[in-house]
Design a protein around this ligand. Structure first.
Ligand SMILES: Cc1ncc(COP(=O)(O)O)c(C=O)c1O
Length: 443
């Protein structure tokens, strides 16, 4: 007997939905959504955002303003959900792979990541992705998680909460004395020296929101592979990356970075709907995880529950994808953001972000009494620039800039700096105005 969720619901008449929405829910929404605009110059890209023109926005990496294609996709799904909530969720989530909207979203994301749709779990943010990894790994007393002093509170807290349950230990190391003078070889040497036989996980951040430094993930992954050549499969050191300020800002295909788990919110640089994120791993690494949150995305879990038998087969991404109903108009509209990035071109985007922020860094670095904490080298920097001005607290700098309608931010860390970050919504002229305002403040 087929005890799938579909057959349960079909028996209750849910299949009528397909008749009410001919061609399926997806084609109905697609037919009502305006085509993607042309995005072949930066002016057109900037015009996609409803950002207030009364301000210069230099904290765009904090949380996204939805661009027009994403707003249109959200609106399409929202209308369908408001008109027919039951039929929309039934078709979009439970009627099989051809109609499945999470599957469609993962296909769009996979094109961007350079990996397979079935290796992506949709999450709500970076925080959720990291928690699913650290709680899902089978760590035990005697195992060690190695992380750094530079990571975000949610990364450290995911490790703390997991190890408090499983009894593994945690060690934090500094990867450099000062971010501004860090080198790739220096970072690699410090990690190499810190790895011990008991170290099972290395947890790091791609682009640091504390100092703006970008870590050489590929080189670190190569080091991890080298360590693993002398270990059994069960004892492998696993590389966990918080990639939230790299995805959408740096053009390195994520599935080829060499990390084992990649967690990122997509509601920052990717401009996907607020409250969305991804967790990526290979099939081998998904199989190492025990799911933490019940899923609605894996048929086998439902069938096993309905048949009162153990779940069969290894853990796969869908099994880790948190269930319960979500703000589906946001989750299903994620694909629009990834398609927009593909349309503009990930390389063009990364170059533009680098050029704007390089201009910002060089402008800041030339200001007397200003200390730039972000390296100038492209290998070690991306879209976030952190600095201090002698005699001014970071919060006072942010306040003074805001009085001139320039939005900047402070880094939420024990040692805090002022931050200016340029994104696709900014122009070189705006960067110059922001730098000039900082210069005036410092003089
Ligand atoms: C480095 C880093 N990791 C994680 C987060 C939390 O991101 P999310 O809201 O996607 O959980 C932030 C917040 O901005 C961050 O700067």
């Amino acid at each position: 007997m087929d005890l799938s969720r579909r057959s349960f619901l079909a028996a209750q008449g849910a299949i009528a939905g397909a008749l009410l929405l001919p061609g399926g829910f997806l084609s109905a929404v697609e037919a009502a959504t305006p085509p993607a605009p042309r995005l072949d110059d930066w002016k057109k890209v900037r015009a996609q955002f409803r950002l207030s023109r009364d301000f210069l926005h230099f904290a765009g990496f904090f949380i996204a303003s939805h661009p027009e294609p994403v707003r249109a996709a959200i609106e399409g799904f929202r209308r369908a959900l408001d008109e027919n909530p039951f039929l929309a969720v039934e078709q979009g989530m439970f009627e099989g792979p051809a109609q499945n909207l999470q599957r469609r979203v993962c296909e769009d994301i996979a094109l961007y990541l350079g990996g397979r749709p079935e290796d992506i779990a949709l999450t709500g943010n970076t925080t959720m992705g990291l928690a699913l990894v650290y709680h899902g790994l089978s760590l035990k007393p005697g195992d060690e998680v190695l992380t750094t002093v530079h990571d975000h509170v949610v990364h450290h807290e995911a490790i703390r909460l997991s190890t408090a349950r499983n009894g593994a230990s945690v060690r934090k190391i500094a990867l450099f004395e000062a971010a501004a003078s860090a080198t790739v070889d220096g970072i690699i040497d410090r990690i190499r020296a810190a790895i011990r036989p008991a170290t099972r996980v290395l947890g790091i951040t791609w682009v640091h929101s504390a100092t703006g430094i970008k870590l050489p993930i590929r080189r670190i992954a190569d080091l991890v592979q080298e360590v693993n050549r002398g270990r059994t499969e069960a004892d492998h050191l696993l590389l966990v990356v918080d990639g939230v300020h790299g995805i959408g800002a740096v053009d390195e295909p994520i599935a080829q970075l060499g990390c084992d788990y990649f967690a990122a919110g997509t509601h920052k640089w990717m401009f996907a709907p607020r409250g969305t994120g991804i967790l990526w791993a290979t099939a081998k690494n998904w199989a190492r995880l025990t799911p933490t949150i019940p899923t609605f995305s894996d048929r086998e879990c439902f069938n096993a529950w309905a048949q009162n038998r153990p779940v069969q087969g290894p853990t796969v991404a869908a099994r880790v994808c948190p269930g319960g109903f979500h703000a589906y108009e946001h989750q299903w509209a994620m694909g629009a953001a990834f398609r927009m990035h593909q349309q503009i071109g990930p390389r063009r985007i990364a170059d533009r972000i680098f050029e704007l922020n390089d201009r910002c860094r060089r402008g800041l670095a030339a200001i007397p009494k200003l200390k730039l904490h972000t390296p100038l080298d492209r290998e070690l920097s991306a879209g976030i620039n952190c600095f201090e001005v002698e005699g001014h607290r970071p919060a006072a700098i942010v306040k003074a800039l805001l009085e001139q309608r320039i939005i900047s931010s402070t880094s939420p860390y024990a040692v805090t700096y002022a931050r200016l970050s340029a994104g696709l919504m900014n122009t070189p002229g705006e960067v110059d105005r922001a730098v000039a305002a900082v210069k005036k403040l410092a003089s």
